[in-house]
Design a protein around this ligand. Structure first.
Ligand code: NAD
Length: 466
């Protein structure tokens, strides 16, 4: 038998046995996942540094390990509350009954992760899937090889092997995996592969979450302190060497603001990475030769105003700012996913909003202004997965906010309780009382006008008599 088929059969049997349903089982798995992070912190740090091309321990800690641990802690604190049946309002006809929403596990779910935050983007959805009581197949990215190895070799020692499995592979193997039936697929990656995943899921009518990418606009109003904006934009653009799905992808501002921003961006970059960013311990490298060559090509768009250096032998691209870019150039056509920040000139808020709305809805949108009115105008007149005024992706630090895209940037949401809900079926339940049959006479033939009126009235009364 095909080993994947065998694994899936085993996991499905475990789910059908009811093993994953009790709160105690879920909590034990979550705690064990926390132990995996704590016991193997150095191993994980080393793997993440290797995959991230010498990414700093600081970046790996805050964006991968600490975030995953926070999600585990939150789930452990709230598990019983999340699992509780949710009472709903009733009409007069069901006053004596119990009406509630039961959160039940979906079954066997598949989580597919990309390479750019290979631990976070595997474990954070896993926390949701575990909390909701599912059996899980994890498919890490084959490109972040060191983290993939730790996930494949060490993580299974911490989770119940009858309920969880790590399956390895690249596009071909993942394509084969997707031929199998899952009860839910949670995919994080590119829009191109997102379409492949959704098409494969459609064959089984399997619901999906697609956490995709795109170009995140960053509007900078004339009424701003350019140094504050530059610090915040540069930090979030160059974090993880720009390989972040929610990074500000390009700046929209007036030519006057551009003149003020450029020296401020140069100053922020020097402050963060020194005069020679290539030797900075705070800047990682581009994940692969393929990505390096793509990014090097983008350096030829517009005119380099800051940075622009690259070194193929080291897969190094300097933190770069481009100006005079045309909308038709590749840097404005594709998701950049690297340490390059183009600035596009607009004459003001209206033109910026038009520019944004002519494109696909982004995963995140940023607006900087000292004027609250300007920020709220951008918010009100555009759409995106998330919005943050006067900063970069700080919204992601709140597990109370849903994380996910809209339109081409994806569908579905997770983080905190949203993850639990994503991996749960919200089952509509009504437990009627077995007696009081006289009341039901109203709905039985022979039908009369009076019965219709009384029945309609009783169904429309959303009240609580008891
Ligand atoms: P990718 O789409 O190439 O790969 C993601 C996963 O899909 C990997 O596990 C890979 O093995 C698998 N895969 C690749 N090709 C496949 C195919 N033909 N059939 C089936 N599976 C296939 O993405 P990536 O390059 O790893 O990551 C970068 C992309 O992910 C960017 O577009 C970025 O914006 C996006 N991303 C989104 C989020 C988010 O939360 N929305 C987070 C991180 C990255």
């Amino acid at each position: 038998m095909d080993p994947v088929e065998d694994t899936l059969r085993r996991l499905r049997e475990a789910f059908n046995s009811g093993r994953t349903r009790p709160a105690e089982f879920r909590a034990a798995q979550l705690k064990s996942l926390g132990h995996f992070l704590q016991d193997n912190k150095q191993l994980l740090q080393d793997a993440l540094a290797q995959d991230g091309g010498l990414r700093s321990a600081f970046e790996s800690e805050v964006s991968e390990i600490a975030i995953s641990q926070d999600e585990i802690n939150l789930a452990l604190r709230n598990l019983s509350a999340w699992m509780k049946d949710e009472s709903v309002t009733k009409n007069l006809a069901t006053q004596l009954d119990a009406a509630f929403i039961r959160k039940e596990p979906l079954g066997l779910v598949l989580i597919i992760a990309p390479w750019n935050y290979p631990l976070n983007l595997m474990l954070v959805p896993l926390v949701g899937a575990l909390s909701a009581g599912n059996c899980v197949v994890l498919k890490p990215s084959e490109i972040s090889k060191s983290t993939e190895k730790v996930l494949a070799e060490v993580l299974p020692r911490y989770l119940d092997p009858s309920c969880f499995a790590v399956v390895l592979g690249g596009p071909q193997e993942t394509g084969q995996l997707l031929e199998h039936k899952f009860d839910y697929i949670f995919f994080t990656g590119s829009p191109r592969v997102g379409k492949i995943v959704m098409a494969a899921a459609a064959k089984h009518l399997t619901p999906v979450t697609l956490e995709l990418g795109g170009k995140n606009p960053c509007y900078v109003d004339d009424d701003c302190d350019p140094q504050i904006v530059a610090n915040r934009v540069a930090f979030f653009r160059y974090f993880n060497t720009g390989q972040t799905c929610v990074a500000p992808d390009y700046v929209l501002c007036s030519p006057e603001m551009q003149e003020r921003l450029l020296p401020a961006l140069q100053s922020a970059i020097t402050r963060f990475f020194g005069d020679d960013p290539q030797s900075s311990p705070n800047l990682g490298r581009i994940i692969s030769q393929k990505q390096f060559q793509r990014l090097q090509g983008l350096l030829g768009c517009g005119r380099v105003a800051v940075g622009g250096q690259s070194d193929e032998s080291d897969r190094y691209i300097a933190p770069t700012v481009l100006v005079d870019v045309r909308e038709t150039e590749p840097v404005m056509q594709e998701e950049i996913f690297g340490p390059i920040l183009p600035i596009v000139n607009v004459r003001g808020l209206d033109e910026a909003v038009d520019f944004i709305n002519r494109r696909e809805k982004p995963l995140a949108l940023y607006a900087f202004s000292n004027s609250n009115q300007v920020v709220t105008q951008v918010l009100a007149r555009t759409s995106s997965g998330a919005f943050c005024g006067n900063d970069g992706f700080m919204h992601m630090t709140l597990t109370s906010l849903p994380f996910g895209g809209v339109g081409a940037s994806g569908m579905g949401r997770y983080h905190g309780k949203f993850s639990f809900d994503t991996f749960s079926h919200h089952r509509a339940c009504l437990l009627r009382c077995a007696g009081m049959e006289k009341v039901n006479d109203l709905r039985y033939p022979p039908y009369t006008d009076m019965k219709v009126q009384l029945l309609s009235w009783s169904l429309s009364q959303s009240c609580s008599l008891l």
